[in-house]
Design a protein around this ligand. Structure first.
Ligand code: FES
Length: 180
């Protein structure tokens, strides 16, 4: 199943406020999207201080479903956890933000409504699907999402240790998408 195709905005999950400015920030198969990938774009002195992008290695909570009712891209967990949260208002996915070419961290390109990779210019739509002409030959991976009881509250948990690949027909797994 696919998410509704529509125009997305950037949304800060903590406040639910939509932003109008441009924000920027494997399977195991390791062909491309392994944690040992390119890991950054810097050269020269800058390179030493750049943090290698990584996907979180443990499940984490992202808040209540209500936070994500507004359709948009939620960048809150991209820097620390390596995950884009994307909601179309009816369903939500957590995309591994590491490019499936050589694992650079993707960025938001709101004007084109795509994720872009700064390393070799691969592009993905907000469903995570790689675009024609990209070096990345497969879509971004989805991380498992589910509703978890957290005290008296129900929160969405993202599990980056369980990932789903479209090219392996794993996006049909119900765990790859949360439905409101
Ligand atoms: S790492 Fe090469 S296009 Fe993303």
């Amino acid at each position: 199943m696919s998410m509704t195709r529509r125009r997305f905005t950037i949304v800060a999950a903590a406040s639910g406020v939509s932003l109008t400015v441009l924000g920027c920030g494997g399977d195991d198969g390791g062909d491309e999207n392994s944690q040992s990938g390119a890991g950054g774009t810097g050269t020269g002195p800058d390179k030493a201080v750049k943090k290698k992008p990584k996907l979180a290695t443990e499940p984490f909570l992202i808040g209540t479903p209500e936070r994500y009712r507004g359709a948009g891209v939620y960048p809150d967990y991209r820097d620390d956890k390596g995950v884009w949260i994307v909601s179309d208002g009816q369903s939500l996915v957590a995309l591994n933000a590491l490019c499936t070419h050589l694992a650079c961290m993707t960025e938001l390109d709101m004007p084109s409504q795509q994720f872009s990779c700064p390393c070799h210019e691969s592009r993905f739509d907000f469903q995570g699907v790689n675009q024609a002409g990209s070096k990345a030959k497969r879509p971004l991976e989805r991380c498992a999402v589910r509703l978890m009881a957290n005290g008296s509250m129900q929160q969405i948990e993202v599990d980056p240790t369980r990932r789903f690949r479209k090219d392996k027909d794993q996006w049909s797994d119900p765990a790859s998408m949360f439905r409101f």
